[in-house]
Design a protein around this ligand. Structure first.
Ligand SMILES: [Zn+2]
Length: 246
């Protein structure tokens, strides 16, 4: 987990591939990567949550967002939805956007094309069945893509998107203050913020630091005059799946 996240952070592009380097394909690089980081040119901050839903954590995030009158994007794991299907519906009922994070939280470059495709299909199908929405966004586990994942995403009408600021709430000893401080480094108009409303791939209870940091983040956005909302309102033209050729 941490290695993948570190790669995502350090690599910037966060695309790995076993075989011909996908980053070398100019058509992919030029058409896809400007969107991958979720960076927009606006006064809007996209708020995103990964790895849920979680029976204990997600309702608390939903409650806070409801109190603030804000909506966000939740990238759900199919395996988590299967354990808490009602929560997927609750997220949608509250008006949030739902994206696909895969079925299992696995490092995609180590998986074959069929396993990758089946994983994404399963996640998309259970989200549609439980939440009644047709997701169009895809965030790969650990923020690391593969050629097979890009092909499957395209076939399924899913647009990959990563993030530009994160709170690193999974690191040992993380607190709301530390998460807020880490986030603040990348907080600006057009940023896409990543937090986790689940600890299924992180130390137990790590989501509490994210939950505690959320009001601090929202207050800071307010002070800076930044609007907060889901990726679908982030000012990028993502409604159609990103086109790329391999
Ligand atoms: Zn994740």
């Amino acid at each position: 987990m941490l290695a993948g996240r570190a790669l995502a952070a350090a690599g910037g592009l966060a695309v790995a591939h076993a075989g011909p380097g996908i980053t070398a394909l100019r058509s992919v690089r030029m058409s896809l990567f400007p969107l991958l980081s979720g960076k927009a040119i606006s006064d809007h901050v996209a708020l995103t949550f990964d790895d849920g839903p979680d029976l204990e954590a997600t309702p608390l995030f939903l409650k806070l967002l409801r109190e603030r009158g804000l909506r966000a994007t939740f990238f759900l794991l199919g395996s988590q939805v299967s354990k808490a299907p009602r929560l997927a519906a609750d997220i949608a009922d509250d008006g949030h956007e739902i994206g696909v994070h895969g079925w299992r939280h696995r490092y995609l470059p180590l998986r074959g094309p069929m396993a990758t495709h089946d994983d994404l299909v399963g996640a998309k199908e259970i989200i549609t069945a439980t939440a009644g929405v047709n997701p169009w966004l895809f965030r790969p586990p650990y923020g690391v893509l593969s050629t097979a994942a890009l092909i499957s995403a395209r076939r399924l009408g899913l647009t990959p998107v990563l993030w530009s600021a994160w709170g690193r709430e999974w690191t040992p000893g993380a607190t709301p203050a530390s998460v807020h401080e880490t986030l603040s480094g990348g907080l600006e108009g057009g940023a896409t913020v990543l937090l986790h409303d689940s600890d299924c791939t992180a130390p137990a209870g790590s989501w509490r630091a994210a939950l505690g940091a959320l009001p601090l983040l929202l207050d800071e956005c307010g002070r800076q005059g930044l609007r907060v909302g889901p990726l679908g309102e982030h000012g990028l033209h993502w409604r159609q799946p990103v086109r790329f050729s391999l």
